[in-house]
Design a protein around this ligand. Structure first.
Ligand SMILES: [Cu+2]
Length: 488
């Protein structure tokens, strides 16, 4: 789900300013006194206010009050169809209209009055189990809500930390698989240390009837969910929810705090930011901080707080380091850091020269001198061999159906750039490509490596690519590939 547009506006619309009332107003607040047995005494509950809720990747502002309060939360369950990937629709069930659901920020000792609304046009009843609740079912039994109804219950947050909440209505797995999870933060007495940027990122795995990238409305597949082999693993509800214009951002010198959750329903996340080291990780969302961490494990139904300072500019890619999920199933987001270079911390590429381990003799490129392939093939042969060459050499980046990944790998399917110039497309495959290009109106500025393919392979793969996924072109021949090699 794209967090930037409708959801963000909706959640901002329900922001309420805290209304402070005299302490005496609320009799339910009385039980708080016994929480004082803890070493970090949250003190008595004073007044009441309405919780600020935000859609991902935004986080409500830090809590500045120095006392516990009665905190009123209004969360509406909504079911709707939205894109899980470009061109692929899915029926999401949501807490607050986004996946993950609205971020709830509380302070230890707060008494939360929770109002769970289920929209009148919902088809299913829903409830909520908050891991921050001390009590049977985490609130599930008290919050079971039919469409068009509201349930109210209240609980006191006794333990600071970052907690997952989720729907727990049967079939529980299906409600979670459809996007019904989010995070609730319980700040300790005195709050969290201040940082410059805070963001909300939550992973989830999705199971669809059609394979990854198959267009149209995709129903939930119970069979795939049971075997725990998802078609999609995404951050914030959609492939590409956190890339390009929707990437997280920070400036050099700033400190960043990521509230990272994993809704599952099945997979564990090996959360990693490429090119960054977490200075501090509150593993499992708890109070102990580990330092200098590369990859942190976020269990299904668990969370982590990762903090780091950004020292150099560039694009930092967030992944689930179970890496096929990142490059082939969607678990990839971006943090864009602006500001001045620090070449001592990171130099960038300083030199590129020929490496000759055997001395200065003539280098033989792999792929040449192999048994000669026939110079002529039928179109059918090239298409069949080209499909295999595509899967072996191109698919990891350009994806199963040539759809690419927004802002990272351009599409080959219906690519105007590809189809406009056959000779250029041959050059791209034999020499690689870098620098800014525009494909179907979208800008890319990245690097495609040089691939050491034989002339026959290049002819096959380009014949295949130029005749697949809506592209229509003529055959690419070995002669044309040889001419392209000679031209440069
Ligand atoms: Cu539900």
């Amino acid at each position: 789900m794209n967090p930037s547009k409708r959801n963000r506006r909706l959640s901002l619309a329900i922001l309420g300013l805290g209304v402070l009332l005299p302490a005496a107003c609320s009799t339910e607040s009385a039980p708080t006194a016994n929480a004082s047995a803890r070493s970090t005494d949250p003190g008595p509950v004073v007044g009441e206010e309405r919780a600020i809720l935000t859609a991902p990747p935004m986080v409500p502002p830090p809590i500045t009050r120095d006392h516990a309060t009665k905190l009123i939360v209004d969360l509406e369950v909504r079911e709707f169809v939205s894109e899980i990937a470009d061109g692929v629709d899915y029926t999401f069930w949501t807490f607050g209209g986004s996946v993950p659901g609205s971020f709830i920020r509380t302070r230890v000792g707060d008494v939360v009055e929770f109002n769970l609304h289920n929209a009148p046009d919902s088809k299913m009843p829903h409830n909520i189990d908050l891991h921050a609740v001390t009590g049977p079912g985490g609130g599930a039994a008290s919050s079971f809500t039919a469409p068009g109804h509201t349930s109210q219950f209240s609980f006191q947050v006794l333990n600071p930390g970052l907690y997952v909440y989720h729907c727990a209505t049967a079939p529980v797995g299906m409600h979670i698989a459809n996007g019904m999870y989010g995070l609730i933060l319980v700040e300790p007495v005195g709050g969290l240390p201040p940082v410059d940027k805070e963001y909300y990122v939550m992973q989830g795995d999705f199971y669809t009837e059609g394979p990854y990238g198959e267009e149209g409305l995709q129903p939930f597949s119970m069979e795939k969910a049971l075997t725990e082999i998802p078609d999609y693993v995404v951050f914030n509800g959609k492939v590409g929810a956190l890339v390009g214009d929707d990437a997280l951002s920070a400036d050099v010198g700033e400190t960043v705090r990521l509230f990272v959750g994993n809704g599952g329903p099945n997979l564990l996340s090996s959360f990693h930011v490429i090119g960054e080291i977490f200075d501090r990780v509150h593993q499992e969302g708890g109070s102990t901080a580990n330092e200098n961490v590369q990859t942190t494990l976020v269990p299904a139904g668990g969370a982590t707080i990762a903090e780091f300072k950004v020292e150099v500019p560039g694009t930092f890619i967030m992944v689930d380091h179970s890496i096929f999920r990142a490059f082939n199933k969607g678990a990839l987001g971006m943090l864009t850091v602006g500001g001045a270079e620090d070449t001592l911390v990171y130099s960038g590429k300083q030199d590129d020269r020929i490496y000759q381990p055997e001395g200065g003799a003539v280098q033989v490129m792999p792929g040449k001198g192999v048994a000669a392939a026939p110079a002529t093939r039928t179109l059918e042969e090239r298409l069949a061999l080209g499909e295999r060459a595509y899967q072996a050499n191109c698919m990891a980046c350009h994806q199963t159906n040539g759809q690419g990944i927004p802002s990272a790998f351009p599409p080959l399917a219906k690519s105007d750039y590809l189809m406009a110039d056959k000779a250029r497309s041959i050059q791209t495959v034999i020499k690689g490509l870098s620098g800014p290009i525009e494909v179907n109106g979208k800008a890319f500025d990245s690097v495609m490596p040089m691939l050491n393919l034989s002339d026959d392979d290049v002819a096959n793969v380009l014949t295949y690519v130029r005749n697949s996924w809506g592209n229509q072109g003529d055959m690419v021949t070995v002669n044309e590939v040889q001419a392209a090699r000679a031209a440069h």
